[in-house]
Write a protein of this length. Structure first.
Length: 398
């Protein structure tokens, strides 16, 4: 009966004692003034017990009060659970506000609840609130267009080491970065150590995918056929690789130290999402390939820097990516910053492309061609760049 009260349940119905002894059966007989039913089990009606206690004067206020008199104050576990739930809701409030209009983070937010990772990292809601508030401030700045991790930590968290490996804020923020980059969030908290299971290379790649770099050498950009201005070291590298028909990998350090024009002349630069397009173009076209840059998923700080330099030289962009919601989200990030002409990346091209893999995820807008979103929702097929590679190569060849 005490457990029932603690759970907020009424003291009605019956309780049963299986295999009751003779002494127990005699006690119920004396309490209720009648012989209990025969059989191995002993049933006691709580409604009858309540009436008996009230009528006898033993417990004029009824059974519930009698239970407290005999067993001590009853905890209201339902109220306690509601209070704890309210405290956790309050702890998550700032983070929920930060992701309310972010469909690219909806699955990640649900993942926090279903896995209970926050409560495993910080057990108390009062202690969790400042952690989650800091994560919310980090999330609001993602994806970035190129910022050192320490600076992001200092500006968002007030502590330059808040995003160091092993800190609760870092673990949760890294999982958000993985979600934004279209990677599995679970690997950031897998294994025996919740606070630091991500390999260094994977951690660098996840942060780089949302424009945050741990250092200036780990953030890179892949390109092909860019006519570099030989008056600068970066320009000479681009010119040399263009002449050789080979892809070029530039680091953020090199691009940050570049000064002046990077192109010999302004022209259209084609952008693709996946390195396979660059590799195939180098193999098929070599030195005749027109300027091509790979954003490689979510653009890294190095990608943004190169696109900034190309824009300042008067270049425009033509963009192609995967026909899935993750690919569209990447395209939106590029479109909102630079604008582009779709390169076989509109509704007409989607409808004619071959592919039948199921399209999953939350639909997002396609501002360069609003009808593309409608077509993708209706058809429901995911089409990766590899499936239209021949068409892309023909375009590059002409």
């Amino acid at each position: 009966m005490r457990r029932r009260l603690e759970l907020g349940k009424p003291l009605s119905g019956a309780v049963t004692l299986v295999s009751a002894s003779a002494e127990q059966r005699r006690a119920v007989e004396l309490l209720l003034g009648r012989r209990p039913n025969s059989g191995a089990s002993l049933n006691v009606s709580l409604d009858e017990l309540d009436r008996t206690l009230r009528a006898s004067g033993a417990a004029p206020d009824g059974l519930a009060v009698a239970v407290e008199q005999l067993a001590g104050p009853v905890r209201d576990r339902s109220a306690e659970a509601a209070s704890v739930a309210a405290a956790w809701d309050s702890a998550f409030r700032e983070l929920d506000t930060a992701v309310a209009d972010r469909p690219d983070l909806a699955d990640w937010r649900s993942w926090l609840d279903t896995t209970g990772v926050v409560r495993r990292l910080v057990a108390d809601p009062a202690a969790a609130r400042p952690v989650l508030d800091a994560v919310a401030r980090v999330v609001r700045r993602l994806p970035s267009t190129g910022v050192p991790l320490g600076r992001l930590a200092a500006e968002a968290c007030g502590d330059a080491h808040a995003l160091d490996e092993g800190r609760p804020v870092a673990t949760l923020a890294l999982s958000a970065a993985r979600a934004l980059a279209g990677r599995s969030v679970g690997s950031s908290v897998a294994g025996s150590s919740l606070a630091g299971a991500s390999p260094p290379a994977g951690r660098r790649a996840a942060w780089a995918a949302v424009g945050v770099h741990l250092d200036e050498l780990s953030s890179t950009v892949l390109c092909l056929g860019i006519p570099g201005n030989v008056r600068s070291p970066v320009g000479r590298m681009l010119a040399a690789t263009q002449d050789a028909g080979e892809p070029c990998v530039l680091t953020l350090r090199q691009l940050r130290r570049h000064d002046g024009p990077i192109l010999t002349s302004g022209r259209v630069v084609r952008l693709c999402e996946n390195p396979v397009v660059v590799a195939a173009a180098a193999e098929e076209l070599g030195a005749s390939c027109p300027p091509l840059v790979c954003v490689n998923g979510r653009p890294s700080a190095a990608v943004w820097r190169l696109l900034d330099l190309l824009t300042s030289d008067g270049a425009g962009f033509a963009y192609h990516g995967d026909f899935d919601w993750g690919g569209v989200a990447i395209a939106i990030a590029v479109y909102e910053r630079f604008g582009f002409a779709p390169w076989r990346y509109d509704a007409a091209d989607y409808e004619t492309a071959m592919g039948s893999a199921p399209l999953t995820g939350i639909p997002v807008s396609t501002p360069w061609d609003p009808s593309l979103r409608t077509s993708m929702v209706r058809r429901g097929a995911r089409i990766e760049e590899e499936l239209v590679l021949d068409d892309l190569l023909r375009d590059l060849a002409t």
